[in-house]
Design a protein around this ligand. Structure first.
Ligand code: SF4
Ligand code: FES
Length: 784
């Protein structure tokens, strides 16, 4: 430790820390532009010059390490003179356009110039002008304002791992840009807006719509992935104007993904459900709430009484709140319905009774960056959970080894040390060989699963991964492809076996923002609240869909986009005689199968709790009131419960719902360990082609799907089929390919891509063009 003095006060500081860090920790402000706590030190703006005793000239506080006995003066005449000189230099070329600049009111340059700028400029020559770049639908540029701090460039190089912005030219001619003009493609590109200290990079959708001082700031949590990134929602009147990150080291550090930043745009979509509607004799009628709720309650109870509880089901988006899950399952279970599920994108549930009560991880998310060996299993990490890719990149820059077993060699923003790219079926056999490499022989495994290993031998890859996972600080990261795998139960067992026989921890990236909340609240067919056993379990989602559904209750889900097999789901709902939809949106495709549409509040409009993958409970309040007649879903469920004579539905607030849930949990020990599942037959070797149907980055939920700027951005997925050149040659494919699944066929453009495993057809799910295809990970046929 070093003892230093800043402005006459003594502080203890860690050796090696920079003066600016110690000053920040102790609340002493030093102006800065290029320094940012999460980026490397560039020391190019010189705004942080401070006087240090015995130094011949002022030193940059961001690039000068503290030394024992150092005396720093941040307010001395020498310091102020230096900072004023730098400010004058920076303002030589910076336009004086604050009144029309979108950064006005929150501009670091504006703030600092108030403190250190001169009232009159001595500079008389023409200012420099720089052409703007078109960075796509999310970020606006005004590059004449750029002060060359290079924060945006360093963010791309160091954090995002995508070098999109760079500097060209020198001195007066230096310019920041993409060089070859193109839209930003990074999933986290919007962070450069917060980093840019001036108005050179601003938010395109937000631009010119509000001033910072007109808005209220509310704390919230983003509901689009399993992290629950911390955000501020900025609101003017009753309108959400923008979303910006809120620092939280354990979750999102100081970043958010573009999905978290711009999804609020979906709130203003023209398809918002604004009033209750019921369908009578095929004709939609707008009605008041009382009529709609009475009609819905009667329709549900009549349907259940006539056809039996086993033909009714309720499905909820895994991004619903804990309170919504709890009330929905309580309502349904009172009516005797146990066909409840939120795991809509999965297909294999045969191990569900052996699994822990919550899909927990053994590694805290933030620890991902401290791992020495990371094994990515069935995950397109950067597209599924963009901020997880940032953590892996950090680990890899600190020399971690990254291994991957996937059906596609994805363009991760980090280097993969070794990967095996195989079809979903071969992923299982590869995992078996890793298990063998870990345990040293099939005889050491439980007898019941020894047949799984017939004919399987360890490989070089399996030995490498196994020995990496035997080391301290190693982790297996499973993602959406693992969860949606057609033999996910076997995959989970193999992962658990590897975990038991190595030092590897497990990080499970679950789908949706609140999968743990759904498990906890009992939004499952086989378990009640907090893992309670049920006397009469219901059917999991796919079995329920195939069980002649006569009625369904849908909470924020759309069959075209949110189910593993969208045609199966849609056909079931169209056939059913009672489909009650609680949704923030009502467009023609929903009207096709719904009988009642109850408009509910969306993100930022309702209170609720999310449990993230670290089991962190985060309760948020609504930031604005829902539009027109829309109401928070928990209130709608409360009234439906009352109308159906369910006892205990007299909640006054969502806090009451949470309190009841916590009371039920009180004193209960959750089972957080998976048992090894041994009752499955190993699937026979795959013949023919199999589809890999990932969910697009911007199609994970209804709100994101309706955020137009995201859909138009450079990072949005384009519809395209990708097939390995060897497979394409075998099937003699031309420029387009006809895909058939489940009796339906569509023709799409395709490219040959060596990164895709052989015998795999990579075609996204949940795109308007692909909603008629069958299951996301199942057999598929192709023709030229
Ligand atoms: S665009 Fe902004 S962040 Fe990038 S170098 Fe210029 S001033 Fe810095
Ligand atoms: S902040 Fe120190 S040189 Fe820029």
């Amino acid at each position: 430790m070093a003892t230093i003095e800043i402005d006459g006060k003594t502080y203890q500081a860690e050796n090696g820390k920079m003066i600016i860090e110690v000053a920040d920790e102790n609340g002493v402000h030093i102006p800065r532009f290029c320094y940012h706590k999460k980026l490397s030190v560039a020391a190019n703006c010189r705004m942080c010059l401070v006087q240090v005793e015995n130094s011949r000239k002022p030193v940059p506080a961001c690039a000068t390490p503290v030394a024992d006995g150092m005396k720093v003066y941040t307010k001395s005449p020498e310091t102020i003179r230096s900072q004023k000189a730098v400010m004058e230099f920076l303002l030589i070329n910076h336009p004086l356009d604050c009144p029309i600049c979108d950064q006005g009111g929150e501009c670091e340059l504006q703030d600092v110039s108030l403190g250190f700028g001169q009232g009159i400029s001595a500079y008389k020559d023409t200012k420099r002008a720089v052409n703007d770049d078109d960075l796509g639908s999310l970020i606006s540029t005004e590059m004449t304002r750029c002060i060359h701090c290079t924060r945006c460039v360093r963010f791309g190089e160091e954090v995002a791992g995508v070098r999109e912005l760079g500097a060209t030219g020198r001195g007066e001619n230096m310019q920041i840009g993409t060089y070859i003009n193109h839209a930003m493609t990074s999933e986290v590109s919007g962070n450069v807006i917060d980093l840019c200290p001036v108005g050179a990079l601003t938010s395109k959708p937000y631009r010119f719509t509000a001033r910072p001082w007109e808005m209220q700031q509310y704390k919230s949590v983003s509901p689009h992935d399993c992290l629950g990134s911390n955000i501020f929602v900025h609101v003017r009147g009753q309108e959400v104007m923008r979303v910006v990150p809120r620092d939280c080291e354990e979750i999102n550090e100081t970043w958010i993904s573009d999905r978290d930043r711009y999804s609020y745009l979906g709130l203003k979509h023209s398809a918002r459900a604004l009033c209750p509607k019921i369908k009578k004799a095929g004709v939609w009628q707008v009605v008041d709430w009382a009529t709609a709720l009475n009609y819905a309650a009667l329709k549900i109870t009549t349907c259940i009484n006539q056809h039996g509880q086993e033909h009714f089901a309720a499905f909820a988006s895994s991004s619903s709140t804990l309170e919504e899950f709890y009330l929905l399952q309580k309502f349904m279970r009172h009516l005797g319905v146990n066909n409840l599920d939120h795991r809509l994108k999965q297909t294999d549930f045969c191990d569900q009774d052996k699994l822990a009560d919550l899909p927990v991880s053994s590694l805290p998310f933030a620890e991902l960056e401290n791992q020495a060996n990371i094994f990515l299993l069935g995950t397109n990490l950067g597209r599924e959970v963009p901020l997880a890719a940032i953590r892996v990149r950090k680990a890899q820059l600190a020399s971690a080894n990254v291994y991957a077993l996937n059906p596609v060699s994805y363009d991760f923003p980090f280097h993969v040390t070794q990967e095996e790219i195989v079809s979903p079926h071969t992923m299982l056999t590869t995992l078996c060989s890793i298990v063998l490499s870990c345990v040293g022989g099939v005889k050491k495994l439980p007898k019941e699963i020894q047949p799984w290993f017939k004919g399987i031998k360890p490989t070089e890859f399996s030995h490498t991964v196994a020995s990496a996972l035997q080391a301290e600080n190693s982790v297996i990261v499973t993602g959406f492809i693992s969860e949606s795998h057609p033999d996910a139960a076997i995959l989970r067992s193999l992962v658990n076996l590897i975990g038991k026989n190595t030092k590897a921890k497990l990080l499970r990236l679950t789908q949706g923002a609140n999968a743990l909340g759904a498990h906890f609240a009992g939004m499952l067919p086989h378990k009640g609240v907090a893992g309670d056993a049920l006397p009469k379990p219901g059917l999991e989602v796919n079995a329920a869909l195939k069980n002649n559904l006569t009625g369904a209750f849908l909470l924020n889900v759309e069959p075209d986009f949110d189910f593993a097999n969208s045609p199966l789901a849609k056909a079931a709902f169209i056939k059913a005689e009672c489909v009650i939809v609680l949704s923030a949106f009502a467009d023609p495709s929903i009207e096709e199968y719904a009988d009642v549409i109850l408009p509910i509040a969306s993100f930022a409009e309702t209170a609720g709790t999310y449990i993230n993958i670290d089991q962190t409970w985060q309760t948020v309040k609504g930031c604005v009131t829902p539009p027109k007649e829309a109401r928070p879903a928990w209130k709608v469920l409360r009234v439906l419960g009352n109308l159906a004579n369910c006892p205990g539905f007299d909640y006054a607030s969502s806090e009451d719902v949470l309190a009841e849930l916590l009371l039920l949990k009180h004193g209960k020990e959750l089972n957080l360990n998976d048992e090894i599942f041994v009752d499955a037959e190993f699937p026979p070797a795959q013949k023919g082609l199999v589809r890999v149907g990932e969910w697009p980055l911007y199609a994970v939920d209804g709100l994101v799907r309706r955020a137009n700027a995201l859909q138009e951005s450079g990072s949005a997925d384009k519809i395209l089929v990708k097939i390995n050149p060897l497979t394409a040659k075998h099937y003699k494919l031309g420029k387009k390919v006809k895909l058939s699944q489940g009796g339906r066929a569509i023709t799409l453009p395709f490219i040959q891509d060596e990164k895709v495993a052989k015998d795999v057809v990579w075609v996204l799910n949940a795109m308007p063009e692909t909603i008629d295809l069958g299951a996301a990970y199942a057999k598929i046929a192709i023709k030229a």
